[in-house]
Design a protein around this ligand. Sequence first.
Ligand SMILES: [Zn+2]
Length: 677
Amino acid sequence: MSEKQKYLVTSALPYANGPLHIGHVAGAYLPADVFVRFQRLQANDVLYVCGSDEHGAPISIKAEAEGVTPRDIVDRYHDSIKKSFDGLMINFDNFSGTARAQHSKLSQEFFTNLLERGFIIQKTSKQWFDQEQNRFLADRYVEGECPHCGADGARGDQCDACGKLIDAVELKNPISKISGSTPILKSTTHWYLELQKFEDELKEWLESKKYWKENVHNFISNFLENGLIERAITRDIDWGVPVPLENAEGKVLYVWFDAPIGYISSTKEWAEKIGEPEKWKDYWLDKKTKLIHFIGKDNIIFHTIFFPSFLMEQPEDYILPYDVPANEFLNLEGQKMSTSRNWTVWVNDFLADFDGEYLRYYLAANAPENKDSDFYWKDFQTQTNNDLANVLGNLANRVFAFSNKSFEGKINQPAELSELSAKTLNSAKLLIDEIGGNYSEYKVRKASKNIIEMARLGNKYFDETKPWAEVKAGNMKEAEETLYVCSEILRLISIAFSPILPTKMLKLREMLGLGKDFTWESLDNVIGNITLNNIAPLFKKVEDAEIQKQLDRLEASKKALEVKELEHKDHIDFEDFLKVEMRVGKILKAEKIKKANKLLKVEVDFGSEKRVIVAGIAKAYKPEELIGKKVAMVLNLKPRKVMGVESQAMILAASDEDGKLSVLTLDRELPAGSEIG
Ligand SMILES: [Zn+2]
């Protein structure tokens, strides 16, 4: 066996301002976890680290909106996100957080080293300033039109529509996210990383990365073609890693400066936890380590330009990323996912209703590897039911049921195999080679297809050899051979599928009477004689009602958005409000007015006096329905004549968009004439 390869695998740090959704999982976490599990099966040395990204404007915005501290927000979502990962069996060696002291210290060291080596300059420039709030608007505190593509809602640091980085002052029609006012430009001092000084070195390094995914390589080449310029790496906000300089009060490091350093601080934390504090160096400072960043396409720049630049100019000899297999996006029901519109599937919600491994399978089989892909609930049901229950589950069920019925659950290895059996197992082995190749090239989608193909192969072979007919004819040896070959295929699947379905495959192995310890190399063994154990169905079908529940939930999100924003009127003084005389009136009489199909003439009792009102409620109420109702009314509007009748007050009614009316009645019994206000 060749020497163990050392891997340091990272997944994009999830942002701690909200729960985890399936789009995140499809892009940066499941592909990484599958890759890590596969490399471990290959007996390679793998360290897998992550942590929550806990700084930046969105977290302080959320904290301000809720009236809590940024730390409260960070703790809440760190725990929620960790719970999602656990439920999906995404197993990091360490899951840290960037608001921890060790991380601050390391990020400040990175900054200081770059400054001392002459890669950071101090510049005074204009920044957006909110005059109402008396503060600078960093990054997401300001939004406007993208200067590159013209899209609305581009943030102060990046445009979601075109993915380009933005210098906030370039935004057109900027709006403060805090007050909604139009900000002004005001001078402030910041520190800039002179990325242009890294240009040659970066270009040379990227030249050696021709094996990268096409989407990633193209993106970076385009970016470099436009030339690099200095980028501000500090911000005027109070939540973040403080800039380690005396003249930098109130300034913190830009979240995208400190976040990738989180991979290193998480590794250091891991090393301390296992009691070998220097062990992190075995990964970060050893040229033989392959550093692989799993991310979504929106983070490519930070992992291929920013972070490598920081790493190049540190006193320690850090390794640079070996590969950055960025994924495209996952859409939901044909639409772009949006957390603000609640158009997503939150992982913790999914886990409350379904088995986490069903999500692992569906996202693996539909991974957005080379282009955006879609999550459709109906398709989720069809694909998991077909592939898992009807194909793989069926193969296991029929083999196990038949073995129990005709062979008391014991299957022995035949002395020799028929031509068809040998050919079938050979085809399975060829698929195994393909699966291994696909896993190592991050092609989880293809690997999933190969595995289901292998289960299909088993079903086809079972149908062709007809063991039930052989038993009937007394040919027990032939029937047993079929069961043996199918069990061998199930054994191969239990290994090959384990990176995607870790616990289900352990269950399958248990049923086959196999142990929990296995490697990719053990695929070359044979199953031998086995005794079946604790047979139970591997997969439960997803029912229509379960899917309908999810579709209803999405429909509700859509409906909630359709409610139009309220159009507010100008503020009025309280004194002005007091000028309106409103009282409870009891309706004594109501009748239609001739030639006016919307109007009713209503006689109202206010206790000490009675008044006549003309009200436009004839389409909503029959006259007799109104008699006896106590309704809110305005008494001091100037009387006016309508259809020859003088209206001496106004009945208050609510109406919806379609003009459907409801008079405002009392929630509790009160006498006519009671004052309202
Ligand atoms: Zn844009």
